[in-house]
Design a protein around this ligand. Structure first.
Ligand SMILES: [Zn+2]
Length: 243
């Protein structure tokens, strides 16, 4: 049995500075429109803890009838204000994956309470954003455990949600993520349904600057999920965002 819970993959919300990859930027206006579209369809944003509890069938786990999750890769507090304002206006939970080795990008102690009120959760995007599959076993372990520790020290709560930098993962990384204490981990594989056994390699929907209502509607469908599942099985699936 699988759990229907579309996970939206965003990077930066705002206008790209000159020279930056525009595909990773969604304007504030588009971000608001996309989330409003989901609200109109009856979707409600949940936290990764809610997703985790439902996936693991924990007692008391509760999800709204149509749950979805908002994820922000390469989260950086220096650039996050526009996204947080939209999330606050719409009352939506979200999770930001921080590169823990960049202290300037992390929430300042004075922001932690505000983020908690917004139901904005911090997850790990590694220590240095290097592709984990290219690292030695020791470096891999360090990326996972040291980033977790630094974020926990900053946030004051257990950091149990991971997003693989560049989507780079295989069986070794999945096992290491579990051993490091992560409960969920996000990949860039495409899909909108999840199995319990895949909590450490969850699928997502890559949201682009040009993702309009029609395309977003398609991403929410079973047909889209199955199409990518089949392509992946056949080895035809292209990788998602390389960041
Ligand atoms: Zn990234």
């Amino acid at each position: 049995m699988s759990l229907y819970l579309p996970i939206l993959m965003y990077h930066q919300i705002g206008e790209p500075p000159p020279g930056e990859k525009t595909i990773l930027f969604v304007s504030v206006k588009t971000f608001r429109e996309q989330l409003t579209f989901l609200t109109e369809r009856g979707f409600e944003a949940v936290t990764p803890d809610q997703l985790d509890a439902a996936l693991q069938l924990r007692p008391g786990a509760q999800l709204p009838p149509k749950p979805f999750m908002i994820t922000l890769d390469d989260a950086d507090m220096r650039k996050l204000s526009p996204a947080l304002e939209v999330l606050s206006d719409l009352g939506m939970a979200a999770v930001g994956y921080f590169i823990a080795g960049d202290p300037g990008s992390l929430p300042a102690p004075g922001n932690i309470d505000d983020l908690r009120k917004l139901r904005f959760v911090a997850g790990s995007h590694g220590l240095t954003h290097r592709p984990l599959t290219e690292l030695s076993a020791e470096a891999l372990r360090n990326e996972l455990t040291e980033s977790k520790l630094r974020l926990e020290t900053r946030m004051g709560y257990p950091v149990v949600h991971l997003c693989y930098p560049h989507g780079s993962h295989g069986p070794r990384e999945v096992q290491a993520a579990g051993e490091a204490g992560y409960q969920t981990a996000l990949s860039t594989r495409r899909g909108n349904r999840h199995r319990r056994s895949q909590a450490l390699r969850l699928k997502r929907l890559a949201i682009r600057p040009h993702t309009d209502r029609r395309r977003l509607g398609r991403y929410l469908s079973l047909a889209w999920h199955l199409e990518h599942g089949i392509k992946e099985t056949l080895g035809l699936e292209k990788r998602g965002a390389k960041r």
